[in-house]
Design a protein around this ligand. Structure first.
Ligand code: ADP
Length: 163
């Protein structure tokens, strides 16, 4: 069974992430969405439990997609799934530079581990979790940026954080 691992911080999951996950689910037997618990990113908007809950909600319609939390190094996590590959979305040249570096580091830890790239859908090349957080903070329209079913959760969180 071929497993794709879609890693990320998903703070929160966007339609760009979901597009990559669904396309991977059409190519691979199984997709594991791997939510990073220890992302070095400072001050996340959501707790890891909240991120996982949102991802689980939006991938529920896809029977071959599961969600897990990773507390350690991604290259070590991938050993759990023999022959698995990492799937990353590429939006721009800047993503490429970063991902190239990540792949080299991952291979030092786990030489068997391959990374494959899917180009971002043109509708979502501009989209990132940080743009969503910014929009939410200022009460902007989230439709078209994140899955409909989590808009309420994001708006509620932004309201509490605004105080
Ligand atoms: P972000 O970069 O939005 O903070 P993550 O760190 O969670 O998101 O990114 C996880 C993966 O999802 C990375 O491979 C990233 O390139 C990919 N990704 C993020 N946003 C998009 C998008 N709009 N379209 C395609 N891939 C994306």
């Amino acid at each position: 069974m071929r497993t794709a691992i879609c890693p990320g911080s998903f703070d929160p999951i966007t339609l760009g992430h979901l597009n990559i996950i669904v396309r991977a689910a059409q190519i691979f037997d199984r997709v594991v969405v791997c939510v990073a618990a220890n992302a070095t990113k400072t001050s996340p908007m959501f707790t890891v439990e909240e991120k996982v809950e949102m991802v689980r909600r939006v991938v529920a319609p896809y029977p071959n997609v599961t969600v897990e939390v990773n507390h350690g190094l991604l290259a070590e996590f991938a050993r759990k799934y023999e022959g698995s590959v990492l799937i990353k979305g590429l939006r721009a040249a800047s993503d490429f530079d970063y991902e190239f570096q990540m792949d080299l580091i991952n291979k030092r830890i786990n030489p068997e581990l391959e990374t494959m790239f899917l180009t971002a859908d043109q509708r979502y090349t501009f989209l990132s979790s940080s743009i969503v957080r910014e929009m939410a903070h200022y009460g902007g329209e989230l439709r078209g940026l994140v899955p409909e079913e989590i808009i309420g959760v994001i708006e509620a969180k932004a309201n509490t954080q605004r105080g």
